[in-house]
Ligand binder design. Structure first.
Ligand SMILES: *Cc1c(COP(=O)(O)O)cnc(C)c1O
Length: 367
């Protein structure tokens, strides 16, 4: 039996006619940039996130980039973030000319450890950029408290956690702004790249709307230097077809997670995901920890079971950040996690047979 890590064809089969009709309509009208479909998606994503405003973006990366640029974060500034995330989080900080300052993670949730943020604050710190990893939100109360004390912006990287909650409030609604990705593998994935920033700050919203279009307000008059960070209507219509299914797809992932976690409950060599009592995860990934991770990875691949490591190299040890001066051993919790974690197939279309097969193959190898 083959079990891929993700099966987007299985999802597409359930919505194919609607997606084709919606895309075809965009092509018939040739309204290929901006317009009512992008606005409608922005309205709906703002609503499901509990925010007033949303600004579509060409990717999750560009959503983060536009947010940082529009907040005026740049050369000489520092942004505190986690080293255990997809590269884009810190890549965007560096691209605006600011310095990513990495602090270690919580060993159970893999999210930024709030207790380590305050000691990392300097007079150059402008923002905290927590990531809601694998579908679970970071511990937001202490993060918001520290940000309040020091007057820092908070940008939530919610790219893996759209509609995930912390104390019943949605991802993206805590900070100054929250960023989503519609990369096809995310819980709400487009048919290509896309992203969005949500915020309750009207001034930031207006700035971002201009910055995504080269900082233009009146046609061809530029007060600021922005970029082309626009979301395509083709993506917007596909996402509008998928959005009503997001809740049930995320429920399906949660059910699958519970299924695995029960199967693994008595296997000492497997550490199953810890979801805080404050959080409801959308399980963008189901990540376990094991001693012989690379052995398991090879065994699963040889058994035609999809799996992946998110992420094998902590960002503070990436070659491109060598000039930041971090050394191996500086952020030990994250470094250990990078050696132990492995993601298993969790997508909602998995059958019980598939999950049984994945669980049995994992357990057989480890025992
Ligand atoms: C996917 C992702 C991004 C970037 O999103 P893209 O749409 O691929 O640009 C940023 N941060 C995290 C944590 C992500 O998972």
């Amino acid at each position: 039996m083959q079990v891929p890590l993700l099966d987007l064809k299985a999802q597409y089969a359930t919505i194919k006619e609607e997606v084709l009709a919606a895309v075809s309509e965009v092509l018939e009208t040739q309204w290929c940039i901006g317009g009512p479909n992008v606005e409608e998606l922005e309205k709906q994503v703002a609503k499901i996130s509990g925010c007033k405003y949303a600004v579509g973006a060409s990717s999750g990366t560009d959503a983060i980039l536009n947010t940082l640029m529009s907040l005026g974060i740049g050369v000489g500034d520092e942004v505190i973030t986690t080293p255990f995330t997809f590269f884009a989080t810190a890549g965007c900080i560096a691209r605006v000319g600011a310095k990513p300052v990495f602090v270690d993670i919580d060993p159970l949730t893999y999210n930024i450890d709030p207790a380590l943020i305050e000691p990392a604050i300097t007079d150059k710190t402008k923002a905290i950029l927590p990531v809601h990893l694998y579908g679970q939100m970071a511990d937001m109360d202490p993060i918001m408290a520290i940000a309040g004390t020091y007057g820092l912006a908070v940008i939530e990287d919610a790219c893996q956690s759209i509609t995930s909650t912390y104390k019943k409030r949605k991802a993206g609604s805590f900070g100054t702004a929250g960023c989503f990705s519609f990369f096809p593998s995310k819980n709400l994935g487009g048919i290509g790249d896309g992203g969005m920033t949500v915020t309750n700050d009207e001034k930031l919203y207006n700035k971002m709307m201009s910055m995504r279009n080269h900082g233009m307000e009146d046609a061809y008059y530029h007060k600021s230097i922005g970029g082309n960070f626009r979301l395509d209507p083709i993506q917007a219509v596909a996402l509008l077809v998928k959005l009503p299914h997001l809740k049930s797809w995320s429920n399906g992932r949660r059910k699958n997670a519970a299924y695995y976690t029960k199967k693994f409950a008595n296997v000492e060599r497997i550490v199953t995901p810890t979801i805080s009592d404050d959080c409801v995860s959308i399980y963008n990934q189901y990540v376990i920890r094991v001693g012989n991770r690379d052995g398991l990875l090879g065994h699963l691949r040889a058994s035609n079971i999809g799996c992946a490591v998110y992420y094998p190299v902590p960002l503070h040890l990436q070659e491109c950040f060598a000039d930041l001066g971090y050394r191996e051993g500086d952020l030990p919790v994250c470094e250990q996690a990078a050696k132990d974690v492995i993601a298993l197939p969790i997508y909602p279309e998995l059958t019980d047979e598939m999950k049984d097969h994945v669980a049995k193959t994992v357990i057989d190898f480890l025992e």
